[in-house]
Design a protein around this ligand. Sequence first.
Ligand code: HEM
Length: 163
Amino acid sequence: MHDGPHRRGGGHGHHHHDHSPDMAQRHKRDQAVFHELLRRHDAIRREVENTDTGIRALTESDDPELAGLIRGHVHEMHRRLVEGFSLRHWDPAFAEIFAQKDKVRMTVTETDKGVVIEETSHDPNVVKLIQAHGVVVSNFVKSGGKAAGQPGALPDDYVRVAS
Ligand code: HEM
């Protein structure tokens, strides 16, 4: 699988991985959606409950278009998590959730106005990460682009695995 040093002879080196044009397209679409969510964060509401194994979070909007964008975002991000198609590499909260993806279970249920997600883990360390990540998303909803410009906080006792 691994055929020699990164960037050797390709000339198409990305700074992280080599993504196909398809994935570049997907990333562009995903970006357009989360920028719109951040821009309209005031019209979104969110409630997060910590459980023994993770979180349960309800994220909704009374605006049907925005509710649709939330649902679409969550399905696409869930898919990226499963695939390991990571983003926001500079933010430890995101780098870690992708590095721990095999220990994260996420279920998505659509509601009239958005989604309920449950995100859980059997690993107590990953439970801490999931709960911290829930707070990061809540901060996006609370403060929009201002929150998205800074890295999310992880608890001191969380043991990191991302390189
Ligand atoms: C106001 C803006 C945003 C809203 C309302 C929002 C909403 C959500 C929701 C509801 C989830 C499911 C997990 C949960 O509920 O905790 C989620 C997951 C995710 N979001 Fe967002 N998001 C926003 C901004 C962003 C931004 C700016 C990014 C990336 C740059 C992003 C990337 C992700 C990723 C990668 C996941 C899946 C990973 C995980 O849940 O652990 N989101 N988002």
